[in-house]
Ligand binder design. Structure first.
Ligand code: FAD
Ligand code: PYC
Length: 416
């Protein structure tokens, strides 16, 4: 075995960075694009990729005000599942889960999908009724779902406390074995590389400050890097959907809230599945590094500051310790928040907005990471063909006028 001094090792490590090929070009904005996508998170990048790959539309720019993937894509707890209640939802989330299952091969980039199973715990009689109903609804839609009694929950996830003396005892759980987690930033990087390779311009540090319209249709955007003309503008700016839509005079039924998460110090493997509890507002998994990744409920107030309040973390920790008393001496390393756009029925808005050439993929609230491939896929179709993809049709903005709501408050799994 060859031996190196510390200095030689450091030189080699740093030196090798010099010859790394960047995953995407640092594109500068051009004066015109056929399609401008606002937002360089997973959804915007996936949309660009499928526009180029499936619809032959390569004259596309993704405009990102910061660096790609550092919005909610890089801030979420990476839980992936498709066990929603209503047919419309299971169809779109299951479409997404199937795309996840082939995504590393599709992008030739390891997104580290780990289908370790997702438990949604029930702590009350009404949780049990809701859970069993959802398992039945999922099965009718061909989605894998099981109901576990407390003893089966314990067998599947031994670290959980199922004592009947707990304040919120575990009365059972739904299990989706195909659910799990993926590496969040790898998804953004993988789509960015693949979109760039097909000619898409990914333009970072480029904030959209205005959307230009004339005679009822979009003509382009004003940005911190100059004006750009475009035939079509697609908004994929989670946390700021209503800010962007308002630039074109469209008012959206969305509320923006902080959503927090935190990670612990790394520990040896203790948890090999995902555990979620809507009732006590906590959900957790263990990362490959050994950190416990732990999420909370939303902060009740509206805000665009990417931080939340301490009392939410306090409640989250109390809930965690009741579920897993063994974590009582675990140290927490860091916490953060993202901004989530929540719609009145806890379902997304995908489709055309009432300005010609303007499209929205937003309102995914606390649950859009799992939707990244599916949302990008159906949104690209909607933008390219100027008509909703069949899976996106039920999620049009018009449902808030027609009343055809898709109420997923129960399955959203994080209280809204
Ligand atoms: P983002 O990644 O936020 O991308 C939008 C981009 O738009 C941002 O990068 C932003 O900088 C950019 N942008 C905004 N305004 C402008 C502008 N004016 N000009 C240019 N660019 C702009 N979902 C799950 O499915 N599972 C989970 O476990 C989960 N956990 C979560 C935990 C937390 C703490 C949070 C905050 C969210 C969680 N979510 C989860 C939700 C999920 O993260 C989001 O729904 C999803 O990542 C949204 O993806 P996106 O690409 O639309 O958004
Ligand atoms: O939608 O599964 C989800 C989720 C988990 C944590 C936040 N959202």
């Amino acid at each position: 075995m060859q031996r190196y001094s510390m200095a030689a090792l450091a030189r080699r490590a740093l030196g090798q960075h010099r010859s790394w090929t960047p995953l995407w070009r640092k594109a500068a904005p051009r004066p015109y694009y056929r399609v401008v996508i606002i937002g360089g998170g997973g959804h915007g990048l996936a949309t660009a990729y499928y526009l180029a790959k499936e619809h032959g539309i390569r004259d596309v720019a993704v405009l990102e005000k910061g660096a790609i993937g550092l919005g909610n894509t890089g801030r979420n707890t990476t839980i992936i599942r498709s066990n929603y209640l209503w047919d419309e939802s299971t169809r779109i989330y299951e479409h997404s889960l199937k795309l996840w299952e082939g995504l590393s091969a599709e992008l030739n980039f390891n997104v580290m999908l780990s289908q370790r199973g997702v438990l949604n715990l029930a702590h009350t009689e009404s949780d049990v009724r809701e859970g069993v109903r959802r398992v039945n609804a999922n099965r009718l839609n061909g989605v894998d779902a099981e109901w576990l009694d407390p003893a089966a929950v314990k067998r599947f996830c031994p670290i959980l406390n199922i004592s009947p003396d707990a304040r919120y005892p575990v009365l059972g759980a739904t299990l989706q074995r195909r659910g799990g987690v993926a590496r969040h930033d790898a998804v953004a990087w993988g789509y960015a590389r693949a979109a760039d390779a097909r000619g898409v311009d990914i333009i970072e540090n480029c904030e959209v400050t205005a959307i230009r319209t004339a005679e009822g249709r979009v003509t382009g955007v004003e940005t911190s890097r100059g004006d750009i003309a475009a035939d079509k503008i697609a908004i994929a700016a989670a946390g700021h959907s209503s800010v962007l839509a308002a630039m074109a005079g469209v008012r959206l039924p969305l509320q923006s809230h902080p959503l927090q998460a935190l990670v612990s110090e790394p520990v040896k493997p203790v948890l090999d599945c995902v555990v979620m509890s809507n009732t006590v507002h906590v959900y957790l998994s263990q990362s490959d590094k050994g950190e416990l990744v732990i999420g909370a409920g939303i902060d009740a107030f509206n805000s665009y500051a990417q931080r939340g309040s301490f009392h939410v973390i306090e409640g989250q920790m109390a809930a965690l310790l009741e579920l897993v008393p063994a974590f009582s001496r675990l140290k927490m390393l860091r916490s953060w928040a993202g901004i989530v756009d929540v719609s009145p029925d806890a379902s997304p808005i995908i489709g055309k907005l009432p300005v010609e050439g303007l499209y929205l993929n937003g309102g995914w609230g606390t649950g859009g990471f799992k939707a990244t491939p599916g949302a990008g896929h159906v949104f690209a179709h909607t933008v390219a063909r100027d008509e909703p993809h069949p899976l996106a049709r039920p999620f049009a903005l018009e449902r808030f006028a027609s009343g055809a709501l898709i109420d997923e408050h129960g399955a959203a799994a994080v209280a809204h």
